[in-house]
Design a protein. Structure first.
Ligand code: FAD
Length: 417
């Protein structure tokens, strides 16, 4: 079923009876060439690109809940390519290009909106750091414009420019940054993978990984054993637990990150704005809700919900930056489980068990990585070679210390990244 304007009009005039489910609901088969554990954004994108780019379709995605019920449907939807370090820079640049063609590629409206992202700075030192970052982005072929205080005021007149505690010196403007409707991205990749005969199996938790003589042979699930030649682990906040099923100990800590949304308002904020001094970022959804978040709750946890101290901290930061937000009513908040690495950069690599592949460590920034990660992980699983833009996301960097990508310069503490 293809979507088009004509189809929408036709269905509208005929009672909307012609729409079909986006994907089948198959029972798991006894064996597949490849099994992907985790039906989030990264797992579904991996399955899609395995089928599309490599012609590998005897694939199952095993999801313990429902597709898109994890972090891919819980994030604050920010999409950007404003990384500084080699390794991250080329990866996110590639990912953003895939975003820009995603809707045509998937024939699915993911509401990708390149409304521009502005990272504010509040000191001379921060300005220097952002100038360097902007130059790295431009050298990578992406876009970055350094704004002074008046430049920021023209874009974001509603900020508190009189605040003397955190005076706004300027901002780094990334015009191609923006947002997308998060769960639609999962649905679009799911639909594309299903159309290429990938089995998407929901309510199917993996409970064990079978390893014989150092080689993966399949998985145990709540819906029976499934044999597989290759298994990809793409389970975000649950990465340590699932990898432990194959006897692995990953350098990952899981932490809670919360998000908040207000009642629907008339258009007020037409960029994504990020405020580093208070740790606060905000955009406005197409429904009108102000969508915002802040830092991690600072304790390790597998609970997909947060606590009030961080909620208070985030609200305070919002009020400091844009006092007008105090008039809005918060409708909902929620949390997700973040897979934090010690250097804040992800892992896309083979595991020390043959036939087992790892895709994890996306911290709180993996939504924008969905297409790039799926593309690169599918390449690795299909060819056993690293895809160039993701070649530095090696697991052994945490053992050897070589090739660490500490983008934020915060050292080896998971919850500071
Ligand atoms: C509040 C919040 C705000 C965020 N904001 C942003 C942002 O603005 N921009 C950005 O780029 N990133 C953001 N992120 C991060 C981003 O959402 C994640 O990094 C990314 O979604 C993780 O990858 P995923 O989509 O594959 O994860 P998930 O959607 O969590 O997918 C993993 C799946 O694995 C399944 N699973 C786990 N264990 C098993 C098992 N044993 N068997 C079978 N299935 C299993 C889970 O049920 C889940 O569906 C945010 C995250 C949160 C929570």
């Amino acid at each position: 079923m293809r979507f088009s304007g004509l189809k929408v009009i036709k269905e509208g005039l005929t009672g909307n009876r012609g729409w079909r489910p986006h994907w089948r609901d198959p029972d798991p088969k006894g064996a597949y060439d490849m099994v992907i554990i985790g039906g989030g954004g990264h797992g579904l994108a991996t399955a899609y690109y395995l089928a599309k780019e490599h012609g590998i379709t005897n694939v199952a995605v095993l999801e313990k809940g429902y597709l898109g019920g994890g972090n891919v449907g819980r994030n604050t939807t920010i999409v950007r390519a404003n990384y500084f370090l080699p390794g991250n820079s080329e990866f996110y640049s590639h990912s953003l290009k895939l975003w820009e063609s995603m809707e045509e590629e998937l024939n699915f409206n993911v509401m990708h909106s390149q409304r521009g992202l502005i990272n504010l700075f509040h000191s001379d030192g921060q300005r220097d750091a952002f100038a360097r970052r902007g130059n790295a982005m431009v050298n990578q072929g992406d876009d970055a414009i350094l704004l002074d205080r008046e430049g920021v005021r023209q874009h974001l007149p509603y900020l508190d420019f009189e605040n003397t505690r955190f005076p706004i010196y300027g901002g780094l403007y990334h015009p191609r940054g923006g947002t997308a409707r998060h769960d639609a991205v999962a649905w679009g990749y799911a639909r594309g993978a299903d159309a290429r005969d990938v089995d998407l199996i929901q309510n199917c938790a993996v409970t064990g990984i079978d390893v014989e003589q150092g080689r993966v042979t399949g998985v145990q699930t709540t819906r029976g054993a499934i044999r597989a030649k290759k298994v990809g682990v793409v389970v975000a906040g649950r990465s340590s637990q699932v990898a432990a099923m194959a006897g692995l100990r990953l350098p990952i800590e899981s932490h809670v990150l919360q998000a908040f949304v207000t009642e629907g308002l008339k258009p007020a904020i037409d960029h994504v704005v990020s405020f580093g001094m208070g740790h606060f970022y905000i955009s406005q959804s197409d429904k009108g809700g102000l969508v915002f978040g802040g830092d991690l709750d600072f304790y390790a946890s597998y609970a997909a919900r947060g606590n009030l101290p961080m909620a208070e901290h985030v609200m305070e930061a919002g009020m400091t930056l844009m006092p007008m937000i105090g008039k809005a009513k918060v409708l909902r908040s929620w949390g997700g489980i973040m897979d934090m690495t010690p250097d804040g950069s992800p892992i896309i690599d083979r595991a020390p068990v043959e036939g087992l592949y790892l895709n994890c460590g996306w911290c709180y920034g993996g939504f924008k990585a969905v297409p790039g990660s799926g593309f690169s992980f599918a390449h690795l699983m299909a060819t056993d070679r690293h895809h160039a833009p993701a070649a530095r996301y090696r697991l052994d960097r945490f053992a050897t210390g070589r090739g660490l990508m500490d983008e934020e310069g915060t050292g080896a503490q998971h919850n500071l990244h």
